[in-house]
Design a protein around this ligand. Structure first.
Ligand code: GLP
Length: 240
């Protein structure tokens, strides 16, 4: 399988081979990988080369290392297409996961200048501040903070936000959510984010800011989210 006289570097050949085993399901999420030594002996290559291949796969999110335990196949990332304006609950259900939320904060606060500006309301007008850890099959995926005008969206309760905000707005209030703009940027988790998402401080995350509007153009929410970069990827369809 490893061709020593190939112009393709050996570490890269091994990397591609392991990737293939993951992609065709021979290696499954959670499986532990043989030790570096085992690969080195099997393919008669140096442990350094094996390490290089494995490190590359860790960096690409195919594998993860647990100190003192070994190297394991990572969970598959959730591929999120960015065409449709969907809620977390809808996204998880569409993928066969059980959506869940852990409510961290639910309060009505006076809008700061920044929030008022995002929601096109007066400074100090009442807004809900809702902070939730969003889960898929009980695994934390994202930490989201929503700001929603309390004069526009009346009657939100802890019970409602423990389920779906979008289904309350549309199903219960009969308003229509129509458009959103989203900014995605990469970052690393601080201690609080890491604790909420069950990842290590300094792990890669994606910061997502969404401004969502009703069909008449009224801003309905301003949301700051932190998504685990090891579990999420975004897909954009493009046409020339
Ligand atoms: C996604 C979006 C949020 C939105 C949320 C609504 O997670 N990033 O901006 O507030 O969905 O989800 P739900 O209806 O499940 O509360």
């Amino acid at each position: 399988m490893i061709k020593k006289n190939s112009p393709i570097p050996i570490y890269y050949q091994l990397e591609e081979h392991i990737k293939e085993l993951i992609e065709n399901g021979e290696l499954k999420p959670g499986d532990s990988l043989p030790a570096e030594r085992v690969y080195a002996e099997e393919y008669k290559i140096s442990r350094m080369t094996v390490r290089q291949a494995l490190t590359q796969l860790v960096n690409e999110g195919y594998l993860h290392r647990i100190q003192g335990k070994g190297t394991f196949v990572a969970e598959r990332k959730i591929m999120q297409p960015l065409q449709g304006l969907t809620s977390f609950t809808e996204d998880m259900k569409a993928r066969g996961f059980k959506p869940g939320s852990q409510l961290i904060r639910f309060e009505v606060i006076p809008a700061t200048i920044q929030i008022a500006d995002q929601l096109s309301i007066q400074e100090y007008a009442p807004v809900y501040e809702i902070k939730r850890i969003r889960m898929a099959d009980d695994v934390p995926m994202a930490l989201e903070t929503n700001y929603i005008s309390a004069n526009l969206i009346k009657g939100l309760t802890e019970n409602i936000v423990n389920q779906s905000i979008y289904s309350y707005i549309e199903g219960h209030l009969g308003l229509k959510i129509e458009t959103a703009s989203q900014i995605i940027e990469s970052s690393i988790a601080n201690q609080i984010e890491a604790n909420s998402l069950s990842i290590k401080k300094g792990s890669p995350i994606m910061l997502i800011q969404r401004n969502t509007y009703l069909e008449n153009g009224t801003p309905v929410e301003f949301v700051k989210s932190v998504y685990r970069a090891d579990r999420y990827q975004f897909m954009i369809q493009m046409k020339r």
